[in-house]
Design a binder for this molecule. Structure first.
Ligand code: ATP
Ligand code: MG
Length: 584
């Protein structure tokens, strides 16, 4: 490939786009790779398309190596299959829904589980046809609440989605492993740093699931890892509950006046300074969070969750506890309807009797953190203004309707598998592998005949790679104050040849070297613009970020050209006749 900048559809910009906050977004727009068409929706320009094609090619090759076959579905899909699996509703506001002229419902696909399941059902009927893994590289549509950072979180984006079909669970585990291995090859070839973390299957349903996160300060995912090898998305950490202890001999519960102590800090210092409870800390108290939970039928009800007072609720963990429902902190209207909830003084017990709970006085569902085990002792509000109860023992003084593991994970918390203290870091999800199991096959009735002629439901996996998100991640990890610095595997061209001078000889030599490089199998971008100064050409070369730059300029007088390494900045002269061999 030889692209000539004299005719290439490209305009580089000196100014950052107003809406861009992160480096990758600014640079991809300034360097003329993408243009915004609407919030979270981007147009691909020639250089951007070249990068995208190279990323897609690597994904395609590794899918093929893993035995997956490529197909291509429409993005515009009918409602029915999504109605059958429940995702038409479950997807909520994130789904782009539309109607045709006959008022029939359609959607723009956010992923394609339903369609792949139906396609296999359509054509296959025997265990002999399986295992099978199919994939596509295709546009996905999600009406994200907060499209962000250019390609990082788009409303239209490219995903590689693959789906495996097996008769047995052992087969599924093998197919899953093959995809997982392929992902490792893809991200290694792309030069992307990644961590594989345990994930929650979330709205997709199913069991085992892992995410590939690329560590980055601009990442929206928080993950934890221990020195001993445990790694999980913060949403997926299930904390290990301490052992229950004996109730016997624990001091009796007592309610004390604690005036003006609506915060945890205030209760703790009041108890230490005025009540002689010197060993009480925030971790000895229970913080009672009132949540408004709206289920699929739009029924809104309150749930109170108790967590240790030294922690906050982690909203992403709460979403998993209440999967399928909308969760938000209760608002003023909710509290107005429930005057029995005394803000700042909510607790499980009132006047010595259980107060929170579906069967208790308040009738409000009451869930507790897994650390609240039988025999554990706590400080909590007494459900009357300016009062708290001390030495409340779980299993003796109060009970709960269930457990809710939604408190934040803190650095230093023990890893659930005993592999040491956890550290927290941020990352960007670049891939996701799921063992879906039979959820979709059951809903859509995908069955095959097994060896004994009996119909069995197929078990499935689904595997996604964020192709366009990866381009943003690569741009974010590979730039400097001058511009982009593409890894060789994805650069829009292998070599950027710059004709830096006015003389015909400069242009002729640049053109000749470019063709020679091309003949050696290199893709070349040639800056042959006539009325552009060398200075501007150099700064454009830095902005565009092709890793190797060949400068044909003044040195020609002594038979030399310059090879400039964009990443290291190193620039050295070589004899013209050796340049092609050096670069090819
Ligand atoms: P996120 O948690 O970031 O919203 P997700 O878990 O909803 O992502 P999946 O359904 O697992 O995403 O999709 C597979 C892959 O597609 C993700 O790992 C990610 O790389 C990519 N992806 C998902 N949503 C977007 C988006 N809005 N823009 C760009 N890429 C995306
Ligand atoms: Mg995911």
């Amino acid at each position: 490939m030889l692209l000539k900048m004299s005719s290439l559809f490209l305009r580089t910009l000196r100014e950052d786009p107003a809406e861009a906050e992160v480096a990758s977004h600014k640079l991809l727009v300034r360097a003329g790779y993408i243009r915004r068409a609407a919030p979270g929706i981007y147009t691909w320009l020639p250089l951007g398309l070249a990068v995208k094609a190279r990323v897609e090619q690597i994904v395609r090759e590794e899918m093929s190596n893993a035995g997956a076959q490529e197909v291509f579905f429409p993005a515009l899909l009918p409602r029915e299959p999504f109605e059958v699996t429940g995702r038409w509703t479950e997807y909520g506001d994130n789904l782009f829904r539309l109607q045709d002229r006959k008022k029939a419902d359609y959607l723009l696909a956010p992923t394609h589980e339903e369609m792949f399941t139906l396609l296999v059902k359509d054509l296959y009927s025997s265990y002999k046809d399986l295992p099978l893994t199919l994939f596509q590289i295709q546009n996905k549509y999600r009406d994200e609440a907060r499209p962000r950072a250019g390609l990082l979180r788009g409303r239209e984006f490219v995903m590689k989605d693959a789906y495996s079909f097996d008769v047995t669970h052992e087969g599924l585990v093998k197919s899953y492993q093959a995809q997982r291995d392929a992902y490792e090859s893809i991200f290694t070839r792309l030069g992307l740093e990644y961590v594989i973390v345990k994930a929650d299957a979330g709205a997709m349903g199913g069991s085992a699931s892992e995410e590939f996160l690329s560590p980055s300060p601009i990442g929206e995912d928080t993950f934890v890892r221990s020195a001993g090898g445990y790694a999980a998305n913060v949403e997926a950490v299930t904390i290990s509950a301490p052992a229950a202890s004996s109730i016997e001999g624990k001091p009796v519960a007592e309610t004390k006046s604690t005036p003006g102590t609506t915060s945890i800090d205030a209760v703790v210092s009041f108890a230490q300074e005025n009540l002689g409870f010197t060993d009480i800390t925030a971790a000895s108290t229970l913080k009672h969070i009132v949540l408004a939970v709206t289920d699929v039928n739009k029924k809104r009800s309150l749930v109170v969750v108790a967590i240790p007072g030294d922690r906050e609720m982690e909203p992403k963990r709460a979403e998993i506890v209440f999967a399928g429902c909308d969760v938000e902190p209760a608002g003023d209207e909710d509290f107005a309807k429930h005057p029995e909830l005394v803000k700042g003084y909510i607790g499980p017990v009132k006047d010595g009797k259980q107060f929170l709970g579906e069967k208790a006085e308040s009738k409000i569902k009451y869930l507790v953190d897994p650390r609240v085990v039988v025999g554990s002792s706590w400080v909590a509000g007494a459900n009357t203004k300016d009062n708290h109860t001390f030495n409340l023992v779980f299993g003796r003084d109060f009970d709960a309707d269930g457990v809710a593991d939604l408190a934040e994970i803190k650095a230093g918390d023990p890893a659930p598998d005993g592999s040491g203290p956890l550290e927290l870091a941020r990352g960007i999800e670049i891939g996701h592998v799921f063992q879906l199991g039979k959820k979709y096959a059951e809903a859509l009735d995908l069955k095959v005949l097994d060896e004994n002629g009996k119909l069995v439901t197929v078990t499935m996996g689904s595997y996604g790679v964020g192709v366009t998100r990866i381009i943003a991640v690569l741009a974010e990890a590979n730039n400097d104050d001058k511009g982009l610095i593409w890894p060789e595997a994805v650069a829009p061209a292998d070599i950027h040849v710059v004709a830096a001078g006015k003389e015909d000889e400069v242009y002729e030599t640049a053109e000749r070297l470019a063709s020679e490089l091309q003949a050696k199998g290199k893709s070349v971008l040639l800056d042959d613009r006539l009325k552009v100064s060398p200075g501007v050409k150099f700064s454009d070369a830095e902005l565009l970020g092709i890793p190797k730059i060949l400068i044909v300029g003044r040195g020609l007088a002594t038979g030399e050209v310059d090879i400039w390494d964009r990443r290291s900045g190193e620039r050295r002269s070589v004899k013209v006749e050796l340049a092609v061999a050096e670069l090819a």
